[in-house]
Design a protein around this ligand. Structure first.
Ligand code: CO
Length: 134
């Protein structure tokens, strides 16, 4: 059912430093930072030939990234995002398989302007999984 790896998201405690690492030492193409208040993050996209890396930095008081960075002060892998053709069909299938969908279970518009859902890490080998309708 899942398709391409759309991106891997990495939470970072210092966005400027992370951008400098990816554009400098790693020689990647790095976007300008973008604030996404409805998701509580500032995001930078790193374009790779076969996928993207999203650098996530907390934005606002109740950012979901803030608690993650408290537990992982040097940053760390936050989630992986897989593409699906039909997000509602994917959600219904996963729920029928016993997987837990986070939030109210309804897709939200994600960082790329497309519908996304998040799945409970305990159901996916300890990894937060995002589904994006491609
Ligand atoms: Co994501």
């Amino acid at each position: 059912m899942i398709g391409r790896l759309n991106h891997v998201a990495i939470a970072v405690p210092d966005l400027d430093a992370a951008c400098a690492t990816y554009s400098g030492a790693l020689g990647a193409s790095v976007s300008a930072p973008e604030d996404l208040p409805e998701h509580g993050v500032t995001v930078v996209f790193v374009e790779l030939p076969n996928t993207k890396i999203e650098l996530l930095y907390p934005l606002g008081e109740s950012s979901p990234i803030a608690a993650f960075l408290e537990k992982n002060p040097s940053g760390g892998m936050h989630h992986v995002c897989y593409e699906v053709d039909d997000i509602l069909a994917a959600r219904d299938r996963l729920k029928a398989e016993g997987a837990r969908v986070l939030g109210d279970g309804e897709p939200k518009i994600g960082a790329h302007g497309k519908p996304v859902l998040f799945l409970h890490p305990k159901d996916f080998a300890g990894t937060l999984v995002e589904l994006e309708q491609a």
